[in-house]
Design a protein around this ligand. Structure first.
Ligand SMILES: C[S@@+](CC[C@H](N)C(=O)[O-])C[C@H]1O[C@@H](n2cnc3c(N)ncnc32)[C@H](O)[C@@H]1O
Length: 293
């Protein structure tokens, strides 16, 4: 495995999400475990559940969190099932939940077709147990469906042209590698700035394969329900649709007070250190009372 995953907005999360009196923290997106590592390090009385649906992420997190054995429980699961996962452990309330959305460096640099340079299979599943892959989406979705996904999730104005190019190419040969898909997109949509012309299409296909917006809506609602009074939920997002969803869900929950009137963004030193942090936005909310069902 190549470079390690650099946690985004780390100090802001450690200081802004956790209060000293908290006892139970849930990392809904454990990844390589760095956020949890730093949180457990800073708050010696805290215990944590670290959840991820990707087996390779959990292997990395288990190694990273080994010094906290006894204080952390790792679970391979989808955060959309947060209530059930914690309920099975007899946990009905938690003090803080963190969602750090998107992909980790482990996933981007692995061989699962997350990156357009990858010559391996067009997979893009975060959870290897899941049935649907990017190859299936790209080769079986209608032109209309591809256009909608690329336009909506990719926020790509050239979606119609790209979807048409994919459909024309797959009639000749099915698209089976990430690099093949990237080539088709690059031919249909020429490079305009610094970013690769396939970046937005890849993001869109990945979000569809992993049902990222749907999972966020369910997972975030569950986290809010699970919070104990004075508990906090924090979300780091990298996509405007995700950020909008977080903002809307926070605003619509009368039991929450939003602590970040504007999202927290990384400063220039962090962006220079970690380019991936560029588009990150952190929103935090606190539960002020228990909603009555
Ligand atoms: C940006 S990484 C998190 C990095 C982590 N905060 C760290 O410090 O290393 C996002 C992680 O969320 C996981 N993930 C994405 N969607 C998920 C879901 N619905 N349920 C559980 N984990 C998910 C991905 O597999 C990935 O490992």
């Amino acid at each position: 495995m190549g470079s390690t995953h650099i946690p985004v907005l780390l100090d802001e999360v450690v200081q802004g999400l956790i209060r000293p009196e908290y006892r139970l923290f849930v990392d809904a997106t454990a990844g390589g475990g760095s956020h949890t590592y730093n949180i457990l390090n800073a708050y010696p009385n805290l215990r944590a559940y670290a959840i991820d649906l990707d087996e390779t992420a959990l292997v990395a997190a288990r190694e990273r969190l080994a010094p906290f054995q006894g204080r952390v429980t790792l679970k391979r699961a989808n955060f959309s099932e947060l209530k059930q996962i914690l309920g099975d452990e007899g946990i009905l309330a938690v003090d803080a939940v963190l969602f750090d959305l998107g992909v980790s460096t482990f996933q981007l640099e692995g061989e699962r077709g997350f990156s357009f340079k990858d010559t391996h299979a067009l997979d893009m599943r975060m959870d290897q147990r899941q049935h649907q892959t990017a190859q299936q989406v790209v080769n079986s979705y209608t032109y209309e469906a591809l256009k909608r996904i690329i336009a909506e999730y990719g926020e790509e104005w050239r979606a119609a042209r790209i979807a048409a190019a994919i459909v024309a190419e797959r009639r000749k040969t099915p698209l089976t590698s990430a690099s093949a898909l990237a080539d088709v997109v690059a031919k249909a949509a020429r490079r305009t700035g610094k970013i690769h012309p396939a970046t937005k299409t890849f993001q869109a296909i990945r979000m569809e394969v992993n049902q990222e917006l749907k999972n966020l809506a369910t997972g975030l609602a569950a986290a809010i329900d699970l919070l104990a009074p004075r508990g906090r939920v924090g979300v780091i997002s990298f996509h405007s649709l995700e950020d909008r969803m977080v903002k809307t869900i926070f605003k619509a929950a009368p039991e929450l007070t939003v602590l970040t009137k504007k999202p927290i963004r990384p400063g220039r030193p962090e962006i220079l250190r970690n380019k991936r942090s560029r588009s990150a936005k952190l929103r935090i909310a606190e539960k002020i009372y228990e909603a009555v069902a």
